[in-house]
Design a protein around this ligand. Sequence first.
Ligand code: GLU
Length: 447
Amino acid sequence: MLHEKLSSIYDNVLRRNPGEIEFHQAVREVLESVGPVLGKHPEYAESKIIERICEPERQIIFRVPWADDSGEVHINRGFRVEFNSALGPYKGGLRFHPSVYLGIVKFLGFEQIFKNSLTGLPIGGGKGGSDFDPKGRSEREVMRFCQSFMTELYRHIGEYTDVPAGDIGVGGREVGFLFGQYKRITNRFESGVITGKGLSYGGAQVRTEATGYGCAFFVEEMLRARGTSFDGKTVVVSGSGNVAVYAIEKVEQLGGRVVACSDSAGYVVDDKGIDLELLKQIKQVERGRLETYAARRGDHVAFVPGRSVWEVPCEVAMPSATQNEITGRDAAKMVETGCVAVGEGANMPTTPEGIKIFLEAGVAFGPGKAANAGGVATSALEMQQNASRDSWTFETTELRLREIMRDIHGRCVETADEYGMPGNYVAGANIDGFRRVADAMLSLGLI
Ligand code: GLU
């Protein structure tokens, strides 16, 4: 339920951003948490902090023309939404996926403001991407697309302005092509202009693994707070992209048994535990489909096409595929079959109905803003290393990531306690993330 004042702000968001349903959903979730904060801080309402936070500082939409291998010309749409720079340069990834439109980019950019704030690091919030579909495209086609995309984007970004990175459809290969084009156009090797770079040209150790590892660390903390651990727990991780693969890796290292993962065509159940080397070979080296995993792994594994992986019973769930993948019905079934903890590796993978069910059932529910903040936090560590022309070891960086995830967990717990909602990580993350941005906005004047 929304507080009266917030309800009129929300109506305005609906009116000013018609049809952008994912953005509406992301805004509503934050507004539902911040009512009590406004009670304690009337200065936020006086300065219209909420209204300002819901309006991006700048939105850039551009044409991305490119030619495929046969010479046919394609036109895609590129986006960069620079949402909030009160805490630092806009920071957030680029998503290349056919579902991308302004509403998706705005939902992701909005989430990023609070996520980045929660890390405690000096980064504002932004997001970008394109409706380009990399699936089935050759490496040359992907390169030409990235070059065309950067030919417009380069004028809007910079170490002190806006620092993109990857997201769905944008990994190390694409970041390389994007950075290469930026360098060529500007004649400047500005490492700090993009993160997620390769290790040979200014990237940071652990950045590739960071979102998945960080999510596992966050869940470990939630389990520890309840006097338990990953040890021997049955875990389901949805997706099989970068976040999922490294979530699986860390969960296995921490003693959990990951029995299922998925892609857009279906899921696999592997009772012996997912064979990570085989999964990496198929998904990362061959860029293949999960169906191949089942075919190569042996008779005990079946590929289940066209169904949701959330029908597989688990004690810990780590949704790491995409938004709104866990419905209310999935959540109810998961609670019934013994799920005790959920850590969101993806952005907004649980629907509002699903979140309500988990919270009411007392499931330890770590929202993406907190649980998947390890990726962007390690991007901020990459920026630190680039600024000082330094590079840290894998061990040092992973230790720092683990500390950051512990701190985020601690702040969520403390804030939820302070506001009389113990154990509610959604409230803790939204309130704590919001307060830091709001205070900075107050100090900066009418920005
Ligand atoms: N796309 C990632 C996220 O959702 C990482 C962003 C970044 O590293 O800037 O947080």
